[in-house]
Design a protein around this ligand. Structure first.
Ligand code: SF4
Length: 383
């Protein structure tokens, strides 16, 4: 007799609105289209009807776009819709991404009324020149003001920092880190700028108007980020993420544990343990299809058990704790060495991985080149 898997306890909601599209951003969003917010809220309510019964959640994450762009009233309307089917349990982590410019006393009060516990602030930098180079619409003082409103109100605050911005020097990254560690936030995510196809930055790069930071400098930026944040008491717990004690993002940890999660909104991807289903990426197409009852699926990635196990290796190795062979076998049904014996020997010989017999972990050198390793795990040479 087969039994149904337990319902997911983690959910993501995509809020696709921003004031303006930053030059490097290829996320699913509409900029300057606040006229669509009412239809979006109706469509989210309609998509939530996929859940036959309300879900009890350990984490709920609102990403975007910029959820804070909805403003205090819009956020309360969104949460009223969400709470019909998404019910964070007592002690749940409820996160919302925010643009520093949107963080006002009224927004902070609304976030509290909505049950938000954690705010992920898209600060990116505390240097005016870097923020201008990144085409951001806020300044360093907006970041400081937002943190000073959020921390006393009891939120866990995560700050996004970006490195390798056009024209950014290593010294500027160090100055950013020095400023960031004085803010008192409990979590920092550090991302290196990526040049995505179709973005304004990429087309300016193609015309020679913008120039990426050289690879060795980019690596050095990541290394100083690790050094500064660890020295300031942050635990480096995943390639891009650093947390003070109890400051880890539980929602992201659920992703990295390959737990099933739900996801709603344009471009949102849900995962049932084997299949990743992504909603249509266009905000207007997703809305129109949801509202007329049409199929709004964009993409379905149905993995074999082995594919899912290989994905588990990638997300596991991104975590500083690494992968324990026994836990991996219990969770995936596969023997770690049977899947990656070849690459693993090579990584150990090259000093990219350590192996204590049970647990394998990336070394610092391995972390710096980790993106180049994943193809060997995900696309093994078939005999
Ligand atoms: S604020 Fe964030 S989501 Fe919005 S355009 Fe800029 S980078 Fe993209």
């Amino acid at each position: 007799m087969s039994s149904l898997p337990p319902p997911p306890r983690f959910a993501y909601v995509h809020v696709p609105f921003c004031r303006h599209r930053c030059g490097y951003c290829d996320f699913t969003l509409v900029a300057g289209r606040d006229d669509l917010i009412d239809r979006y809220l109706t469509a989210v309510g309609r998509e939530l009807e996929r859940c036959p019964v309300p879900l009890d959640l350990d984490t709920l994450y609102l990403g975007g776009g910029t959820p804070s762009h909805l403003g205090p009233e819009g956020l309360e309307r969104l949460f009223a819709v969400l709470h019909e089917r998404l019910r964070p349990v007592a002690g749940a982590e409820v996160s919302a991404e925010a643009n520093p410019l949107d963080v006002t006393p009224d927004l902070v009060a609304a976030l509290r009324r909505c049950g938000v516990t954690r705010v992920s602030l898209g600060g990116q930098s505390l240097d005016a020149a870097t923020l201008r180079a990144l085409d951001r619409d806020h300044g360093p003082d907006d970041v400081r003001r937002a943190v000073d409103l959020l921390l006393p109100a009891g939120f866990t605050v995560s700050l996004d920092l970006m490195t390798a911005a056009p024209g950014q020097s290593l010294a500027a990254v160090e100055a950013d880190l020095a400023a960031a560690v004085t803010l008192g936030v409990q979590h920092v995510s550090v991302y290196c700028l990526t040049w995505e196809k179709g973005t304004a930055f990429e087309s300016q790069r193609a015309k020679g108007l913008l120039r990426p930071v050289d690879d060795p400098v980019e690596r050095a930026m990541f290394e100083v980020a690790i050094d500064w944040l660890e020295a300031a008491g942050f635990e480096h717990y995943e390639v891009s993420n650093f947390a003070k004690p109890k400051g880890r993002c539980r929602h992201n940890e659920a992703y990295w544990d390959c737990r099933p999660w739900e996801a709603f909104g344009p471009g949102a991807a849900r995962f049932d343990g084997r299949t990743r289903t992504t909603n249509h990426r266009s905000t207007t197409t997703w809305m129109n299809k949801v509202l007329v009852g049409a199929d709004f699926t964009g993409d379905v990635d149905a993995m074999t058990a082995e594919d899912a196990a290989r994905e588990r290796i990638v997300v596991g190795l991104r975590r500083r704790a690494g992968i324990a062979r026994t836990a991996f076998r219990a969770a995936s049904g596969f023997d770690l060495d049977a899947l990656i014996a070849g690459p693993l020997h090579h990584w150990i010989d090259a000093g990219l991985t350590t192996d204590d017999g049970d647990c394998i972990r990336l070394t610092r050198e391995g972390l710096l080149v980790s993106d180049a390793l994943w193809a060997e795990v995900l696309n093994p040479a078939r005999p």
